[in-house]
Write a protein that binds this ligand. Structure first.
Ligand code: PEP
Length: 265
């Protein structure tokens, strides 16, 4: 699959923000700002909190909106005695398309390991949804020169057990932890270098076809002012956007990155 046939994917991770009334308002505002041409060129997913998903689904389906519905996490089992957890089966029933797996906040604050991430990837695929697998290094790891080792290790662990066809359908989000919510963004060249290493790792494990097909996002303080140059990198196919996805104007401008002036113009 040539590079130009990888559809860009811009995803808004709302984290623990927006109750279900606010979620509806945010989608309604985005609907006015993101148009047909945008959706023709770019896939856009929104990842509200679990309690909002049914409301957002209803709105998307009633108004035939082209936002893809996403979740921020799920449990690795389909059902059972797991108080407080959410099954991937339930998400699939709500027509969720994408599930973020292994976000650094889940890894750091909720103890998710590479093994948990692998199980969640399998659970999402088993339920016919697409995982967005998050990987990324800490500042200490970057300064120690171990970024590539950390990130490619996380990728290898997450895709272990997946078929080449499954790997080709995945989304991998490279999110340097030091750039998340900090206002610091990796330079486009640094982000490209790591995303290229991710693609090579995928190729080594699942073959050239999977490596060409897999979509790789960059995440970490992405804003309208930084998206265009990031998206011009050959191995960056989209963005996972946190804070800026809560501001409809800013998020719409990120989705519309291809209409921005080139950097330096
Ligand atoms: C994220 O939550 O995945 C993220 C990248 O957040 P932010 O854009 O706020 O850095």
């Amino acid at each position: 699959m040539p590079v130009e046939t990888r559809r860009p994917l811009i995803s808004g991770n709302w984290k623990m923000n927006q109750n279900h009334f606010e979620a509806i308002q945010l989608i309604q505002k985005l609907t006015y700002l993101v148009g047909k041409d945008d959706f023709d060129a770019v896939d856009v997913s929104v990842h509200p909190p679990f309690t909002d998903i049914r409301s957002v689904q209803t709105l998307i389906e009633a108004d035939d909106l082209r936002f893809a519905l996403g979740a921020q996490n799920c449990h690795q089992d389909d059902k059972g005695a797991f108080t407080g957890e959410v099954s991937p089966v339930f998400l699939q029933k709500l027509n969720v398309s994408y599930v973020i797996v292994g976000h650094s906040e889940r890894r750091e604050l909720f103890g998710e390991t590479d093994a948990t991430v692998r199980e969640k990837v399998a659970a999402v695929l088993r339920n016919k949804m697409t995982p967005i697998i998050c990987v990324g290094e800490t500042l200490t790891e970057r300064e120690a020169g171990s970024t590539a080792e950390k990130v490619t290790g996380q990728v290898a662990a997450a895709i272990d057990g997946c078929s080449p066809a499954q790997v080709g359908g995945l989304v991998i989000a490279y999110e340097p932890i030091w750039a998340i919510g900090t206002g610091r963004t990796a330079t486009p060249a640094d982000a490209q270098e790591v995303c290229s290493a991710i693609r090579s790792t995928v190729g080594g494990r699942a073959g050239a076809e999977a490596a060409t097909a897999v979509r790789i996002q960059y995440g970490g303080s992405v804003k309208a002012g930084t998206i265009q140059e990031l998206m011009s990198q050959p191995d960056i196919d989209g963005a996972l956007v946190g804070g800026a996805s809560l501001d409809p104007e800013e998020f719409a401008r990120i989705v519309q990155y291809r209409l921005h002036e080139s950097p330096g113009v």
